[in-house]
Design a protein around this ligand. Structure first.
Ligand code: UD1
Length: 351
């Protein structure tokens, strides 16, 4: 069997690594790795390949940045040529980025079976580009691998046959478990004893400059009490340049490699984020997570884990942060099957 995996953006890499590794060496299986090049900076891409020990991509489509339509279309055009040349038996796509839906759409027209890893997640907010990517990818995939049972329920509600749905657990947690000890050796120097870790990159938070200003003002206030460590996503970096605001209250960093960022999460008093994956990683690590979004496609991190959703309510952000910093946060549990073996479960099903 020939399996072709498609990755494109930072959050894909840690999901693909355990699947590639679990499939590797299985009887008669050949694997090809295609990078669409949606993320292309060294610190958004190459360094992840090294740290996660991902094989070098067999092909990089080098699509780069563009508008939503432009980027998606460019991936489709270039991926179609690549996949027609290689004609795999199955294509595996990951997560909810533009590369995911673009590759799935190409394969569905060429009648090449598609497996979607991290299927079934729903924020029920169609203003998010990722929600559109999730909905469409799941409708046209042949195999759907879900991280938690809410994913299965969402897919069944959308009319997907249960025979196509497999609850396998969280592949990102496979990578976290594998590399947690190594990350301990990568704690950045000069890290304060107590700090808050911040990440922001959602268009709804950073492309709306007024929203971004309010968030930064609240964070600057917090920064008077406890250091705020803030690795800045390229999208956010561009917006910060447009805002006339004093950033000296924050410890601004470049986007960090996987191991360094994992170490920072593990030792933070609390994490403030609008990322999807970080809500899950903090739940696994038992670290308080405050999510600056109106909703989440990962509700299990709220019902079972250490996550709370505060939307744009800056008073609530301050209140939740006080609770976290004073050590009164809720105790979470690790969701079922977030155990480091999700990649193997996927490989068994593919076999
Ligand atoms: C993408 C995903 C999002 C994911 C995020 C993680 C989509 C729709 N969005 O958002 O789901 O959570 O990645 O990082 O697929 N840029 C660089 N260097 C890079 C990559 C991007 O400078 O290596 C700049 C681009 O020029 C662009 C901006 O960052 O202006 C946004 O990049 P883009 O790929 O559109 O989406 P992300 O915001 O990264």
């Amino acid at each position: 069997m020939h399996i072709l995996h498609v990755v494109g953006a930072r959050p894909n890499f840690m999901k693909a690594a355990p699947v590639l590794s679990a499939v590797h060496g299985r009887n008669g299986t050949r694997q090809t790795l295609v990078h669409t090049g949606q993320h292309y900076d060294n610190n958004m891409s190459d360094v992840f390949f090294k740290q996660l020990q991902l094989p070098r991509p067999d092909l990089n489509l080098a699509v780069g940045s563009g508008s939503q339509a432009n980027q998606t279309a460019e991936i489709m055009v270039r991926f179609e040529a690549a996949v027609m040349e290689r004609m795999p038996d199955l294509v595996v796509v990951y997560g909810d980025v533009n590369s995911t839906v673009a590759a799935a759409l190409v394969c569905s027209k060429l009648l090449i079976p598609v497996a979607h890893v991290e299927a079934g997640l729903r924020s029920f907010d169609r203003t998010m580009p990722e929600e559109i990517n999730r909905l469409l990818t799941d409708q046209i995939s042949d195999l759907l691998f879900t991280p938690s049972s809410d994913g299965d329920e969402n897919l069944v509600r959308e009319g997907i046959a249960t025979s196509r749905i497999h609850l396998v657990g969280n592949v990102m947690v496979d990578t976290l478990i594998r590399l947690l000890e190594k990350a301990e050796h990568c704690v950045p120097p000069d890290l304060p004893d107590r700090y808050i870790l911040v990440t922001l990159h959602r268009p709804s938070n950073v492309d709306d400059l007024e929203a971004l200003r309010q968030i930064l003002e609240a964070l600057a206030e917090i920064g008077q009490e406890i250091p705020v460590v803030f690795p800045v996503h390229p999208r956010t970096r561009q917006r910060l340049r447009e805002l006339d605001i004093d950033l000296r209250r924050f410890s601004l960093l470049e986007p960090l490699p996987y191991l360094e960022f994992l170490a920072l999460q593990r030792h933070a008093c609390a994490v403030i984020t609008d990322s999807g994956g970080i809500q899950e990683e903090t739940t696994y690590l038992g670290i308080p997570c405050i999510t600056l979004r109106e909703n989440t496609e990962r509700p299990i991190t709220v019902t079972m884990g250490t996550n709370v959703i505060v939307g744009r309510d800056m008073a609530r952000l301050r209140a939740e942060l006080n609770t976290a910093v004073s050590g009164r946060w809720k105790t979470g549990r690790i969701p079922p099957l977030w155990d480091g073996h999700s990649g193997e479960r996927i490989a068994n099903i593919l076999s």
